[in-house]
Design a binder for this molecule. Structure first.
Ligand SMILES: [Zn+2]
Length: 358
């Protein structure tokens, strides 16, 4: 069994974006329950939350924006920052703990105290832009994690892989001109938030360091296995990052109320396996999964448990690991064939590894 870090804390239940919001604390309660039913209390190395400071938040967000979110903590009621994104009096504090919890997990990874981990945080982050709350997100947890790794831990090159159903417009925006942070996303398209076309490849020095895989609804476990095997792993190996951060969104689940994908536990297993084996190869398994979306309680519970099994790689999970490996080895595209060709066509001029597929 590998030594895996897990950030899980009831404090993340205290962000409540309104009485009938889909991004509800119940999501985390379902995940905690699924973990307790599968693993013993001592399976994981505990990662604790901490509050990110105002200065740390300003690495990715404008000071006026951080102040605006901070001020929502002084309101007695809910504050709607956009039609989807609502805060309660505890939201600012909880959001700073989400970011700081990711920092603590990264410290443990850099120290070698853990060989990979997962942060079960709320609110999610990948839609949050430098000056704008969006799509249930306040601060961009993963973008700030990449900046912490660079500024504090001395890890220069970071790969961010975003398999949430939605495109991470905020993360893309933060690093669009940056050749040291490669942003790779699979997402349903066209769909919220509207960004993430193949032609969005980065700009200036960052050209080629944004890799978007827009997918139509209906993609399967096999489609995701092919994309991660034939596009993500070769590009990641060529990029050779010092750290892999994963925006883990479970709204690709086949029964997710917001999504149209057909991914099951097998697909989540294959995606995780591809990412973990790649991270083992290129950066000594420095990999951290961070929770983003996912609105089916069953999908969240089963999805997170599958990621954790693939991380732990224990003998008792050998069946799940074999299924993931065989899906990666044998899959061919089903509904993503054209999307895959479009991505390869858009990216082959930046990545030599893709030219043989053209
Ligand atoms: Zn999502």
């Amino acid at each position: 069994m590998k030594n895996i870090g897990l950030l899980r804390d009831d404090v993340y239940l205290r962000h409540v974006p309104g009485p009938s919001h889909v991004e509800t604390p119940e999501r985390l309660i379902a995940i905690h329950k699924a973990i307790d039913e599968t693993f013993s209390g001592t399976t994981f190395t505990k990662i604790t939350p901490r509050a990110a400071t105002f200065e740390e938040l300003c690495w990715n967000h404008l000071p006026d924006y951080v102040k605006k979110i901070e001020q929502t903590g002084e309101e007695k009621n809910f504050v709607a920052l956009d039609p989807d994104t609502v805060t309660c009096p505890d939201s600012y504090y909880v959001a700073t703990l989400a970011v700081g919890g990711v920092f603590n997990a990264l410290d443990a990874i850099k120290d070698g105290a853990i060989t990979g981990g997962m942060c079960l945080v709320r609110p999610p982050g990948h839609h949050a832009e430098p000056d704008r709350a969006m799509g249930f997100c306040l601060f961009n947890n993963v973008a700030l994690g990449a900046l912490y790794a660079q500024k504090v831990l001395g890890l220069r090159r970071c790969l961010i892989v975003d398999f949430d159903l939605h495109h991470g417009n905020g993360t893309q925006k933060s690093f669009y001109y940056d050749p040291n942070v490669l942003y790779f996303s699979t997402h349903q398209y066209p769909y919220y938030p509207g960004t993430g076309g193949c032609h969005e490849v980065g700009s200036g020095d960052g050209k080629g360091f944004t890799v978007n895989c827009p997918l139509r609804a209906g993609c399967t476990d096999e489609d995701y296995a092919v994309i991660f095997r034939d596009i993500l792993v070769p590009i990641a190996t060529e990029f050779s990052p010092d750290l892999v951060l994963v925006s883990a969104g479970f709204d690709i689940w086949w029964q997710d109320p917001l999504g149209g994908m057909r991914v099951t536990e097998r697909g989540i297993g294959a995606i995780s396996r591809a990412l973990i084996d790649m991270a083992e190869e290129v950066c000594s398994r420095r990999i951290l999964f961070v929770l983003e979306g996912g609105y089916s309680k069953e999908g969240l519970g089963k999805g997170v448990v599958m990621v954790l099994k693939q991380l732990l790689q224990g003998e008792e999970f050998k069946d799940e690991i074999e299924v993931a490996k065989s899906l990666l080895a044998t899959s061919s595209p089903q509904n993503a064939r054209h999307s895959i060709q479009d991505v390869i066509h858009s990216q082959a001029k930046y990545w030599g590894c893709l030219r043989s597929f053209e």
